[in-house]
Design a protein around this ligand. Structure first.
Ligand SMILES: [Ca+2]
Ligand SMILES: [Ca+2]
Length: 369
């Protein structure tokens, strides 16, 4: 018995010590608050969507470094030429000799033409002021001065009946040039006495100077732009007298200076016996002025009287070669029969004349699209 008690005591002591060594019960740590469920990374606030702006419409009119304005002409299709018979024409142009009416065969056949590229065309003929700026900036010498033979000019004392051809003007003479056609012009009038070569030189200089492509319009581009959706003789209709509203041609005032040609003059007055400031008349529906009248306009093409019968229907470029260049639209001295949209006339590339000027085309560049 005695030996058992100390053992029991020992066990009790050990249990006590063990109990004491464990220290006071640790306070229970509060449970960590439940972690909120990992929220998904909030998406970046959505930017308000930019409203889709419609693409700005292409610029309709551009102005170049010489202050020349160009109108955008859309691509499209038209019927080129005229096949009016001499009999039909005689009803509207009774004063013309039958040979004149029969002598228009190079306007036929009428044929469809597609112009596939939109282009900028001069809103106006190149003016005297613009040509003057070109000469000053480029140092170019126009042919009428470079070759020393001058241009043609009006001289009230000159009588057409004194020449074999009955030339309407005195020429050539060094006293006449782009600076002087023999009558008064200010800088807003169309430049005259410029050759086809002069027009090409101006186009090339502008192209180099501005990094754009300037050139003369093809004959097809010119007629397409002139008609501007119309199929009548003039963009004002079929009546020659409608020209008085849209063009400076050979009217009653001009006829006073050429009395022998009075029968061919338009009845009435357009207000100008010589050239008019460009843009003096109503434009066509493309917004182009003086496509008819004021100054003839050189085109890029060679002339071939049979070309229309074999012309490509898409972007025709004119004959591959030839001897004369086509000019279009008539002038301040042109009779109404020859101021029709389809009428074709021509001269050598060196011709300078009191009636002939130019209108330039600028091709669309990447920045215009
Ligand atoms: Ca006139
Ligand atoms: Ca013209």
């Amino acid at each position: 018995m005695t030996r058992q008690r100390p053992l029991a005591l020992l066990l009790a002591s050990l249990l006590f010590l063990a109990a004491c060594s464990s220290g006071p019960p640790q306070p229970k740590l509060p449970k960590a608050p439940p972690q909120p469920e990992q929220a998904e990374q909030p998406a970046a606030p959505e930017r308000p969507k930019q409203p889709k702006l419609p693409k700005p419409p292409p610029r309709r009119i551009v102005e170049n470094s010489l202050g020349m304005k160009f109108v955008r002409v859309p691509a499209g299709e038209f019927m080129m030429g005229s096949d009016e018979t001499p009999d039909v024409l005689a009803r509207s142009y009774p004063q013309y000799e039958s040979k004149r009416l029969a002598d228009l065969a190079d306007e036929a056949p009428v044929h469809p033409v597609r112009i596939t590229q939109s282009f900028f065309l001069g809103q106006h003929e190149v003016t005297l002021g613009q040509f003057r700026k070109f000469i000053a900036a480029s140092g170019y010498t126009p042919e009428s001065i470079a070759d020393g033979t001058g241009g043609y000019g009006y001289n009230a004392a000159y009588d057409p009946s004194t020449t074999a051809r009955g030339d309407a003007f005195e020429g050539r003479d060094p006293k006449y040039s782009w600076r002087n056609p023999g009558f008064a012009q200010d800088d807003s009038h169309p430049v005259l006495n410029v050759t086809w070569n002069d027009a090409v030189a101006m186009s090339q200089w502008l192209s180099q100077h501005e990094g754009k492509t300037y050139r003369l319009p093809t004959e097809a581009e010119w007629e397409y732009a002139c008609r501007a959706g119309t199929s009548t003789r003039y963009y004002s209709g079929n009546d020659p007298r409608s020209l008085l509203q849209i063009a400076n041609t050979f009217d009653g005032d001009a006829a006073k200076n050429w009395p022998a040609w009075q029968p061919y003059a338009l009845e009435g007055h357009d207000g100008y016996a010589f050239t008019a400031p460009v843009g003096s008349f109503r434009p066509n529906s493309f917004g182009l002025y003086d496509m008819l009248g004021n100054a003839w306009e050189w085109t890029a093409d060679w002339h071939d009287e049979n070309y229309y019968a074999k012309s490509p229907l898409v972007d025709p470029q004119g004959p591959a070669d030839g001897s004369v260049r086509v000019r279009r639209g008539g002038s301040w001295h042109t009779w109404s029969l020859y101021a029709r949209c389809s009428y074709r006339n021509w001269n050598s590339a060196q011709t300078r004349y009191t009636l002939v000027g130019m209108r330039l085309l600028r091709e669309l560049s990447d920045t215009d699209l």
